[in-house]
Design a protein around this ligand. Structure first.
Ligand SMILES: [Zn+2]
Length: 332
């Protein structure tokens, strides 16, 4: 019977520690990977042996069992062959015992190779595996976030390769369809309804539309991560809408009613006399509705001088400069 010496396969000693095993495995797996060494039967067999040796020796329980059997096997092999040479001396009862013991250990050895984890890992019996979740970003405008919308989205799903069914190999050669990854990609189109008043970072769960499960495993879920487009005219902070608006110097001094266009419509805001640049005004209930709470519109006013002032306007500013005596820098 042919036995595999995992230590020899990995070219390490029986005292090798985990890091020795790992580095030996990495070196050999790179060298003998059929993609690199060539897709020959020998290379594929060697590559499988290297993997088998690694998976056994790196697992403490498997290594313990393997070492025990290996010691037992080498012991019976030596002892029986020594006695075989002395064949004239044994009687039929001795022979029977020896024969049985030899078979017994061989049987154990085979049992080891056919044990449940061998079947699971090397024979790749189909095990149900749940599909993973997919998260995809959906970018919407602030207007869409407030009013709700319907979006068409394209989602990339990963499913087992149709040719090798995720096994990576077909007839002992790397699957030509997936190049040994065992997976293939598929674009799936969805039309999704985004409810009104969604917040930035809001997640919508679409059950069972994630990556497909394998061998009867459950499908993953699809999550839509809502990103509200940065609108240069608005910003948002939770359910509050933030907006900066320019006012003229005379509006700042005299006060004014100014019209502001919001995604929800228009509002008129009262600027009080003597308003300074950077001053904030809160318009209650003009923000986004989130979890039953209506946010506010927060307006920051900035005093701006209109471009292309007329001569008449400049003359008035000159006049203003002549008659103005308030020193605003007194306390600075
Ligand atoms: Zn494949």
């Amino acid at each position: 019977m042919q036995t595999k010496d995992y230590y020899k396969i990995l070219d390490i000693t029986e005292n090798a520690c985990d890091s020795d095993i790992k580095s030996a495995y990495r070196k050999l797996a790179r060298k003998y990977h059929p993609d690199i060494a060539g897709n020959t039967t020998d290379n594929i067999k060697r590559f499988k042996d290297i993997n088998e040796a690694y998976n056994t020796l790196i697992n403490k329980r498997k290594r313990y069992d393997y070492d025990a059997l290996r010691r037992l096997y080498s012991y019976t092999k030596t002892s029986t062959s020594a006695e075989d040479a002395d064949s004239d001396n044994y009687n039929s009862a001795d022979f029977k015992t020896k024969y049985q013991s030899k078979n017994y250990f061989h049987g154990m050895w085979e049992d080891f190779f056919n044990s449940q984890y061998q079947q699971k890992e090397y024979k790749k019996q189909p095990q149900p595996e749940n599909g993973s979740d997919i998260t995809t970003e959906v970018i919407i405008s602030l207007n869409e976030a407030i009013n709700g919308t319907t979006k068409k989205i394209n989602v990339l799903h990963t499913k087992p390769c149709y040719k090798c069914h995720g096994r990576k190999f077909v007839n002992n050669t790397i699957c030509s369809c997936c190049n040994g990854t065992g997976t293939e990609s598929e674009h799936k189109k969805f039309t999704v309804k985004i409810p009104p008043n969604v917040k930035n970072g809001y997640k919508i769960r679409i059950a069972n539309e994630g990556n497909p499960g394998i061998n009867g495993g459950k499908n993953g879920n699809l999550f839509l991560l809502i990103k509200i487009e940065n609108d240069s005219t608005f910003k948002y902070d939770g359910c509050n809408i933030l907006k900066t608006i320019p006012i003229t110097p005379y509006e700042a001094v005299l006060g004014a009613d100014i019209e502001i266009t919001l995604p929800t419509g228009k509002v008129v805001m009262k600027i009080l006399p003597n308003t300074n640049s950077g001053q904030k005004f809160r318009l209650q209930g003009e923000g986004l509705l989130l979890n039953g709470i209506k946010g506010d519109l927060i307006v920051t006013v900035v005093i701006k001088i209109p471009k292309n002032l007329t001569k008449a306007e400049i003359d008035l500013y000159k006049k203003l400069a002549e008659i103005s005596f308030g020193n605003i820098r007194k306390d600075t």
